[in-house]
Design a protein around this ligand. Sequence first.
Ligand code: ADP
Ligand code: MG
Length: 328
Amino acid sequence: MGPRPSEFEIIDRYFSWALPSKWHTQGIGDDCALVDIGATRVAVTTDTTAIGTHYLPDADPLTVGYKALAVNLSDLAAAGAAPRAFFLALSLPSSNAEWLDAFSRGLHEAATQFSCPLLGGDTTKTVMVNGEAAAATITITAIGEVCRGLTRGGAQAGDDVWVSGTPGDAYAALMLRTGTWQGLCDSYLASRMDKPTPRVALGQFLEPIASAAADISDGLIQDLGHILSRSGLGAEINAGAIAVSESLAKFPQEKRLKAQLAGGDDYELIFTAPKSVRNDIEAFARQAGLVLSRIGQTKKEMGLTLTDADGRIIHETWSGFDHFKSDN
Ligand code: ADP
Ligand code: MG
C-alpha cells in the first residue's frame, strides 16, 4: 500500500489546480470561494457532515440537521457574507421517517433563523460494500453575498488578533461524552457542541473593517495558522486573554488550554483587524452581547509565540484536526 496523504496534502496535491486567469476568484484555501458574477460577488462554501465523524451515531437528528447548515453558515460568516441560499445532498443507508422528520426540523430551524432558504439538492441511498456499514453523509453548499469579502490572507503586521465567544466548549463536550474526560457534560457545553452559533452578524460587521478572518472548525491555533501562512506573518498570542465559559473554567488549566487552543468544532470567528478599529469592534461586542477577546497581535517575523495568563511561554504544540491524520 502506498503512503497515505493527510487531509491537507490531499487538497494541496490533487485538487489545488491553477485557475484560468480570467476567473476573478479567491479559490481553494479559504473558508469560501469568492466568485464575481457580473457586478455581484458571491461567497460559496461546501461542507459534509458524516455519521461517526461529525456526529455520534446516537446524536439527536434535530441537532444534526441544525448543525449541518450552521457549519456552512459559519464559513459564510468567515467570508463576511450575507447568507442567500443553500443546497442539500443527502446520502442515507435507509429511509427512516422519524429521523428525517427531526433532521428536517433542525435544518429548517437554522434556515429560518439565518434567512437562508433551501433551493435544491440531491437524495441518494448508500449501500454496504465489502461488509462495511453504509455511510450517512449530509453535504450542504451555501451561497452568500459580499461586497469585498474576507479571506484568510490580508492580515498586516501589527494587526490585533481577535476571537469571538468562548472557544473550547464544543471540544469539552465531546471529551466528556466520550468518557475521555471525567465529569458530566452540562447542558451549556452540550448545546455548544450540538447547536453551534454561526457568527453571521459579526462576519458582516467585520467585512469592511477586518483584514483577515477564518472560522474555528479545526482548532484556534490551526485556523489562526491558516491566516498567518496565507498572510505571510507570525503572531504573539496570550492564551490567558481568550474568554472562557464558566463550564470550561471548572476544568484544570492543562485540559482547558488544550480545549481552547486545539479543540475543533466551535465555529467561532478568529480575525485580524487594524488597531484603528478597536473601539468599533468593542462597541459591536457590547451592542450584540457577544464576547470578543483581543488575544494578541500579528508580527512580521514568522512563527507563533504563545504565552499563558502569567506571561509564561507555552511550549506545547497541539495539532488541530486532520481527517486522515491517523492513517499515517
Ligand atoms: P473549511 O473547514 O473552512 O470548510 P477546509 O479546511 O475543509 O475548509 O478546506 C480548506 C480549503 O480546501 C477550502 O478552501 C476548501 O474549499 C478546499 N477543499 C477541501 N477539499 C477539497 C476538494 N476535495 N477539492 C477542492 N478543494 C477542496
Ligand atoms: Mg471554515
